[in-house]
Ligand binder design. Sequence first.
Ligand code: GLA
Length: 383
Amino acid sequence: MKSKLEDKFKEQYLKEADAVYFTPGRVNLIGEHIDYNGGLVMPCAVTLGTWLAIAPNSDGKFKFKSLNFEAETAVESNQKHEKDGSLWANYPIGIINEIINDGKEISGLDFLYSGNIPIGSGLSSSASIEIVTAFALNDYFNLGYDKLELVKMAKRVENDFIGLNSGIMDQFAVAFGEKDKAIVLDCETLKYKMVDVDLGNYVLAIINTKKPRELADSKYNERVEECQTALKLLNEEIQLHNLCELTAEKFALHSHLITDETILNRATHVVKENDRVHLAAKALNAGELKEFGRLMYASHQSLKDLYEVSGIELDTVVEFCSGYEHVIGARMTGAGFGGCAIALLEKGFEEDFAKHLTDYYVHKIGYPAEIYVSDIGNGPVKL
Ligand code: GLA
């Protein structure tokens, strides 16, 4: 990918690239819709990701091109910029605004991006493009940010510039990912542990439903608000900073304060999903993959019934998996409303699984899903 990108850079900008960077995408193994509720999540970086080639220019502009999108744009390098509709380059422009806001000096650059994360698939293509930009600028101009500062900067872009009230998981996962390890991250304290992922006789399959995520952002923000409503109601009796401070037992004592069934369901998912992550971390450490798989199925069920962020496409994948004897666990991953599911699949059955799942999925949904077997990869690097 590096040399192809360098060739394309030369073709497009008529000069050599000066540096090339990579940042991965992520899957979340378990702990969904938990990060903005201050609980535990367990994501890992994948080997799919975003590559970025850069070189300086003398016209004082930041120029953005991508091999994945036709639209290109250029902005002045010495001032902040407004969001430009739904343009892909809003992500790097948001990062540049943050750096300028911080009073740092950065000067004209040509950017060429190329990625192989399917866009809108829930594998964090946006966090990947944000972090690859922030990482590259930090390195190239010696800005002196540490990795956590880059993560927080990218989250601010997502929240304040793009307008998605997301938590910190995606940016953290793509920045801190390590090969063959999952990150057990406490989203309240930002303390984390890297946990070995030894899948033994299993592989991690990613199934892209290819369902377009219509209205995903507004439904996502709606879930965030529903959790805030639950928190407000519970705080009439107890003092909580976030929903994930509650154990299931403590929640049962106070849940009568929430009379609206939808809000109660949302809060119930959050409290129980957070518990599942604790159990899943223990299961992974003890090599109890079947227990891990059971927790994945339970997580999916809760996201479907209580949190209502799944959908017929994701449910069809998980339903197939639960009836297929060589899968021990499956669930949707990421925000939901389409996007990807993950499954723990017995080695040697990759082709059989793909064939049977494809038949099942096409029969129900009308078009095929995309199936990959993924390795757990590293975080950002200069290549
Ligand atoms: C999206 C958000 C994350 C997280 C997940 C759901 O990926 O960007 O912050 O909330 O959804 O777990």
